[in-house]
Design a protein around this ligand. Structure first.
Ligand code: MN
Length: 296
């Protein structure tokens, strides 16, 4: 067994996206700050409606997946095929933009707290031009594993391995075998799990701070911590407890050319994406809505 350690920290920086939504960006703040297959991680967190009311009006994507995980507040999603969905606290939307989608993500509240994450997960070349599809995953269909020491782990994607048991999340069968865990740790509690060797993995402490690996390196609040290779990871909370996202996936190892909301392999493919967006060909095909089966 090789324990993973904290290899590199990407602090989050204040950023703004959509029509002016204030957020914290860690992964993806520059093109050198990706962690294949993960392109970007944004955290939005505000009690001030001026920070989020403008929302994310109609915009395109091609070549990757966007994963929205709401913690507080309500967001409405609408796409170019007329699909519509509401995301509330604890809900997840897993959207595979692939060949192309034009959609909007707009707050459905004028006061109170808006809080959540958007992750961008890359697709391999073979899947970048598949039809767009998305899954709305209600909170109630996302299992929570209750472990020793009061640790709770919400399993959004992939399968959590813990003390001889397994908990399967609703998102399975991705080519990157992505795992997306939301780990809640009471004060000074520890959590350990297997992560296959060779997968890229990182942590994001959105509440409190975490101490990572056998050398207990400190990962500050609201920073992404990239992990060294290995086959297990152990995190421990400080005196205030912690809430930490754990993401892991098989690296794609292909060239990336990104232009805003288009992520392809070559410059020519980016030019094609822009031309297709301008001509309307980006969204010629229907967006598929995939029903998520309750986890077994
Ligand atoms: Mn979007």
């Amino acid at each position: 067994m090789t324990p993973r350690t904290l290899a590199r920290v990407i602090p989050s920086i204040a950023a703004s996206d959509g029509a002016g939504v204030k957020l914290r960006r860690s992964l993806g703040a520059s093109q050198l700050q990706r962690h294949d297959p993960f392109l970007m991680l944004d955290e939005f967190f505000s009690d001030d409606p001026d920070d989020y009311l403008a929302g994310f009006p109609s915009h395109p994507h091609r070549g990757f997946e966007t994963v929205t995980y709401m913690l507080d507040g309500h967001m409405r999603h609408e796409d170019s095929s007329g699909n519509r969905g509401d995301l509330g606290p604890g809900d997840v939307q897993w959207m595979s933009a692939a060949r192309g989608i034009i959609h909007s993500e707009m707050p459905q509240q004028t006061e109170g707290r808006m809080r959540g994450f958007q992750l961008w997960l890359n697709l391999p070349a073979a899947e970048k031009m598949k039809p767009a599809a998305y899954r709305d995953i209600p909170s109630g269909e996302i299992p929570v594993a209750e472990l020793a020491g009061g640790v709770k782990v919400k399993v959004i994607a992939g399968t959590l391995e813990h003390g001889g048991g397994k908990t399967a999340g609703p998102m399975q069968g991705l080519s990157t075998d992505a795992r997306y865990l939301d780990v809640h740790l009471p004060p000074r509690a520890a959590f350990e799990t297997g992560v296959p060797a060779g997968y890229n993995a990182f942590l994001y402490a959105y509440e409190g701070e975490a101490f990572v690996g056998p050398d207990r390196k400190q990962l500050a609040h609201r920073a992404a911590g990239l992990l060294s290779d290995g086959d297990t990871v152990r995190i421990e909370a400080g005196d205030a407890g912690a809430r930490v996202l754990l993401l892991a996936g098989k690296p794609i190892r292909e060239p990336i050319v990104q232009y805003g909301p288009f992520v392809m392999n070559t410059r020519e493919e980016i030019e094609q994406a822009i031309a297709d967006y301008q001509s309307g060909a980006l969204t010629k095909e229907q967006v598929r809505r995939i029903k998520v089966a309750a986890p077994g």
